[in-house]
Design a protein around this ligand. Structure first.
Ligand code: OSB
Ligand code: MG
Length: 370
């Protein structure tokens, strides 16, 4: 397919509440939406880069720069018969996986739309119900944390994840576990600990968490393997996994027993599929992570989540939890902890609320093939 048009726009969107993690607070997001077209068919996707380089080094502005100055010029007017061919043309870009991913994902959506197929068919997934969980940011008090967990359980979410950091771990986890002895409970440290904190992490074993997400450094696998040997609880890797090679190495040395998959973090669907298969070969389950996406990214995540090795509830909670008005027309709401694959059309199966998106767009740029 020859890419004859690319559009990139920045859309400010305010979360209903500040989302606090060990690396910072996010509320005012500037979401990048990219679209790629061929012969009048357009696919689109959302970039998961955040406002500041706390989760990863990429930000909204580095992604804008890399897409505008390197990615779009390298692919506009070019003919690609597969996502592999597209990725090949972008091999000269080291890292900047979130920037590459949004174009790669838009290309998959374009291909699916051109074929008239839902995206999950192209990805090798199936039309199935998707169990989802919820991720709760760091709160001001234990009481607030328990209240939010109670609300999440009442809504039927199949797993509750608490963000933790040193000094905010044993107390909130203990309180939520006491209130809800039987739920699937997890924690996410976003790299806030070191191997020296082994005792604090081992102290969480008593709560029978489903996993501890990314306790150690964002670029580590070795220390995670050491830590996994000291813990009864499974480690789930998030920040550490960017490629199939990362997954192979991490699982080979036992750095974790679960992987959080984020398509943006791994440079797009092509690599997400490869990591899916590697994890499956190791008998390691995946779940689909979230990056506080609008409905555009959320829809893509739901399609991916239908692949067979996504065996734990993901972070694709209801859109209405985050946004007063989403960028898409379709509601993406979990009912009793279950999301369904959006299929109001081919591709990611949702449509942009064009008038609204246009009105709030802060900047926009386009490329056309000569
Ligand atoms: O580590 O999973 C993470 C949000 C922003 C950055 C990193 C993470 C998260 C979340 C929220 O946990 C998941 C969501 O509900 O989108
Ligand atoms: Mg995480």
């Amino acid at each position: 397919m020859r890419i004859d048009r690319i559009e990139l726009r920045e859309v400010p969107l305010r979360l209903k509440f500040p989302f606090r993690t060990s690396f910072g607070v996010e509320q005012d997001r500037r979401i990048l939406i990219a679209s790629v077209s061929c012969d009048g068919v357009t696919g689109f996707a959302e970039c998961v880069a955040g406002e500041f380089p706390g989760y990863a080094y990429e930000t909204t502005d580095t992604a804008w720069h890399v897409i505008s100055d390197f990615i779009a010029p390298a692919v506009i007017g070019k003919d690609f018969d597969s996502a592999d061919a597209l990725l090949d043309a972008l091999k000269f870009i080291r890292g900047h996986d979130m920037a590459v991913a949004v174009i790669e994902m838009a290309f998959w959506d374009l291909r699916a739309r051109a074929l008239g197929l839902p995206l999950f068919r192209l990805l090798g997934g199936s039309d199935r119900k998707i169990p989802v969980g919820i991720s709760l940011g760091i709160q001001d008090s234990v009481e607030q944390t328990v209240a939010l967990a109670a609300d999440s359980v009442a809504q039927g979410y199949g797993r509750v994840k608490l963000k933790i950091e040193p000094g905010w771990d044993h107390r909130p986890v203990s309180a939520v576990r006491e209130a809800f002895p039987d739920i699937s409970l997890t924690v996410d440290a976003n790299s806030a600990y070191t191997l020296n904190d082994g005792a604090a992490l081992r102290a969480l074993d008593e709560f029978e968490l489903t996993y501890i997400e990314q306790p150690l450094a964002h670029d580590d696998i070795l220390d995670h393997a050491e830590l996994q040997g000291q813990l009864a609880t499974a480690i789930c890797l998030d920040e550490s996994i960017h490629s199939p090679e990362d997954a192979r190495k991490a699982l080979t040395i036992g750095a974790g027993r679960v992987i959080n998959m984020k398509v943006g973090r791994v440079r797009g669907f092509r690599r997400a599929l490869a990591i899916h298969d590697i994890a499956q070969a190791f008998g390691v389950p995946l779940w689909c992570g979230g990056m506080l996406e609008s409905g555009v990214g959320r829809a893509a995540n739901l399609h991916l989540s239908t692949l067979p090795n996504f065996r734990l509830p993901g972070d694709t909670s209801s859109s209405s939890r985050y946004w007063d008005q989403d960028l898409i027309n379709e509601p993406l709401e979990a009912v009793a902890g279950i999301q369904t694959v959006p299929q109001s059309g081919p591709g990611i199966g949702v449509s942009l609320n064009g008038e609204y998106v246009e009105r709030i767009t802060a900047r926009k740029v386009e490329w056309r093939a000569g």
